[in-house]
Design a protein. Structure first.
Length: 368
């Protein structure tokens, strides 16, 4: 069996972490396998990949936009440059398979793999596929999706290629310990923890909601606020712990949380589901294709989350909802149970097994 598999994807941590989860399982099942990740030049993206000991190769990347913008012209040249570099890289590495985790950076490597006759697998984390996944799916042998509802977004002729796998969750998420997390935070015993997550780059709207509500929230919670590096401010308030971005300590912090306030990116939601964490979700709306709203609706429909959108996404409403959830007996426990029911066990392992099987077939059919 060839010992090299190429992964691609990026733009945010939400595109990278699920791919890392699959890589972890690949390494467990086939320790001889080597992995190369083709990504963008974003420091956060490279930092995540480097932390897990995966070789990272950046390529020029241009964002795919659905609206008219002069930046589309500049980015078109970047996309062409990315395709040229991906062709050169894949021709040199000659991997038996390329796995795409989506995001705009993945389109040139997927197209290059197709041109070179390299099998492509792709995975979509959201309920409905983004533009990059829709493009990549044209060249993919197998299209892994998180939800059964996602099947309807692909052509009927590709039905046999679409496989419901759930979303991969990296192994370290399950290693967290609540007591250790409370110790890291200095949170007092018996006081519920509200964990605020804005994603890998923070969230200006959520930061504003917390700032508006913090006095009242601190009356009921120990608040842990991941603000994003650009908006990070050290806390001067008792009972408020702030950080730019959590890294290796994140599993302990998540394990300690009693309630989570977050965007509804697919990666975050499935980590919450894996650990059974009740949540208040504020989907990204502006400049969004609506994927976060549809993700959030899936969790709300199952009783795992409360969703604040539009005029509901205000400080007073956040205070009211958070207070109600923590005061009503059994409410958080019921939401936690509902969240756990969404999680599909070991999606990463399932996808890794499919990759291993396919590259074995490629090797068997290769000329001696």
């Amino acid at each position: 069996m060839s010992r090299l598999v190429v992964f691609t994807g990026g733009g945010t941590g939400g595109h990278v972490f699920p791919g890392i989860a699959v890589i972890e399982k690949l390494r467990q099942l086939e320790p001889s396998i080597e992995v190369v990740w083709i990504g963008s030049s974003l420091p956060l993206e490279r930092g995540i990949v480097d932390r897990f000991g995966v070789r990272f190769v950046p390529i020029p990347s241009g964002k795919l936009r659905r609206y008219v913008s002069l930046r589309n012209v500049v980015d078109l040249f970047k996309i062409v440059g990315g395709l040229v570099k991906a062709l050169w890289l894949l021709r040199r590495l000659h991997p038996p398979l390329l796995f795409s985790k989506g995001g705009y950076v993945s389109v040139p490597p997927v197209a290059a793999a197709h041109l070179l006759g390299i099998p492509v697998f792709t995975h979509e984390s959201d309920v409905d596929p983004g533009l990059a996944t829709r493009m990549n799916a044209r060249f993919a042998e197998r299209i892994f999706v998180a939800y059964e509802e996602s099947r309807k977004f692909f052509p009927a002729g590709r039905a046999d290629s679409v496989i419901v796998s759930g979303n991969p969750v990296r192994t370290e998420i399950f290693s967290g310990r609540a007591q250790r997390g409370r110790g890291r935070l200095g949170a007092p015993t018996g006081r519920p923890i509200l964990l605020v997550l804005g994603g890998s780059q923070g969230a200006h709207q959520i930061n504003g909601l917390v700032s508006e509500s913090i006095v009242e929230l601190l009356k009921q919670f120990f608040v842990v606020h991941q603000m994003g590096d650009l908006e990070y401010r050290k806390s001067e308030r008792e009972g408020l712990f702030t950080v730019g971005f959590f890294a290796e300590e994140y599993p302990d912090i998540l394990a300690a949380a009693d309630l989570v306030l977050a965007r509804s990116g697919a990666g975050t939601l499935w980590e919450l589901a894996a650990l059974g964490k009740p949540s208040i979700l504020v989907p990204l709306a502006r400049f969004s294709r609506g994927d976060q709203l549809r993700n959030a609706e899936q969790f709300a429909a199952r009783g795992a989350a409360v969703v604040l959108t539009g005029e509901q996404a205000t400080g007073p409403e956040l205070i009211a909802v958070a207070g109600r959830l923590v005061r009503e007996p059994g409410q958080l426990e019921a939401m936690a149970k509902a969240a756990r029911s969404i999680y599909r066990d070991d999606a990463a392992g399932f996808i890794a097994q499919q990759i291993i099987k396919r590259i074995g077939e490629v090797d068997a059919n290769s000329p001696a």
